[in-house]
Ligand binder design. Structure first.
Ligand code: SF4
Length: 356
């Protein structure tokens, strides 16, 4: 099995490699814990972090975890899980192929050629429909509409493009966004799969775990209360750091900003909350908050899970409640539920001279 197939398991060649190896999926889920665990990680990370997590060290485990993850996403009783899973596979693929387009050193280091834009166009049958036009490209209008239809932003609407001879002008970055969309559609294609009983009963515990994660996350749309005293220790720590003027690494800043956006703060409110310190970087905060919210990007991001926070060293001062949650948003929800009503004064409704 090829490292490129593990890196891009949605490719037709990857599927053929699995078939050629005579892999029996029922056998894999019954006997190979590494594959099943990586598959569970793919789906849970898709729900919590909108990406599918780092690759397994074994090419075989990484490649086989993809069809098993599609089975798991099919067995979860929620369409939103399948949508988020397909979107996360596409987001991860996008990160990887845009890296490969710039420099395929990572793939060459494991003896495999990286993916080129031309190869990806061939993969999706777009070699003829997409043509170079100097530094830019032109794409036939029918496939353009197929992939651009679900993208947010006026710039994707046909009315804003100079249509000519049935083709639409696009930049290389835009072409990559459309290719990401093509990946997402391929991952989602056929989901939910019809899964044989032997496989679904073997995976029942894993499906329950994923459904628990989903249940914990579902509330995020309902939270619209900002009480910094009830934040989980990790987020209090990061917010304190920002307000003290500490320089936080990107992942830490992403964690606190996405947390604040998920609990209902508008971009201007996040900027205000950070602005206690004059050197906090107003424009950077605004850009990042808009990006996380999905206003200036194709994806709306969710704050990282506890596992990701731990991996980055952002899990600080965990307390007893932390033992019972797997996500900082779950911690905050539990705190809000337990708090007396007079403890829950939204930061936005306080007198302006009160500290957040
Ligand atoms: S366990 Fe989770 S909620 Fe608690 S401090 Fe660590 S990352 Fe935050």
């Amino acid at each position: 099995m090829d490292a490129r197939h593990a890196r891009y398991p949605f490719l037709g060649g990857a599927r053929e490699a699995v078939e050629a190896a005579g892999v029996d999926l029922a056998d894999v889920v019954a006997t190979d814990r590494d594959v099943v665990e990586r598959a569970v990680e793919r789906v849970t990370r898709a729900l919590t972090d909108r990406e599918v997590g780092p690759m397994a060290r074994s090419t075989r485990v990484e490649l086989l975890s993809y069809p098993v993850a599609r089975v798991l996403a099919s067995l979860v009783d929620a369409d939103v899980a399948r949508r988020r899973y397909a979107s996360a596979e596409a987001a991860t693929a996008y990160e990887r192929f845009t890296t490969d387009f710039d420099d395929d050193a990572e793939m060459r280091s494991v003896g495999s050629a990286g993916l080129t834009r031309d190869a990806l166009l061939r993969e999706f049958g777009l070699s003829v429909a997409v043509r170079r036009d100097g530094e830019r490209y032109r794409m036939d209008v029918v496939p353009y509409l197929e992939y651009a239809a679900s993208l947010r932003g006026e710039e994707w609407r046909l009315a804003t493009r100079a249509l000519s001879d049935g083709t639409v002008p696009i930049g290389a970055d835009e072409l990559d966004r459309l290719l990401r969309q093509a990946v997402e559609e391929r991952v989602a294609d056929g989901l939910p799969l019809s899964v044989p009983d032997a496989i679904s009963s073997e995976l029942s515990r894993e499906v329950a775990t994923i459904e628990e994660t989903l249940a914990e996350l579902d509330f995020t749309r309902d939270i619209d209360t900002v009480v910094p005293e009830l934040f989980p220790p990790c987020m209090q720590h990061l917010l304190d750091g920002i307000q003290r003027g500490d320089h936080l690494p990107h992942h830490s800043r992403f964690a606190i900003t996405s947390f604040l956006a998920n609990i209902g703060l508008a971009t201007d409110e996040i900027v205000d909350l950070y602005a206690v310190n004059p050197g906090f970087g107003r424009e950077m905060t605004r850009y990042q908050a808009d990006h996380i919210r999905g206003d200036s990007s194709p994806t709306e991001y969710t704050a990282p899970s506890c596992a990701t926070m731990q991996a980055y060293g952002d899990c600080v001062n965990p307390d007893d409640l932390c033992d019972a949650v797997s996500h900082p948003l779950s911690y905050y929800e539990a705190k809000l539920e337990d708090a007396d009503e007079d403890e829950v004064t939204d930061w936005r409704e306080r007198d302006s001279d009160e500290d957040p």
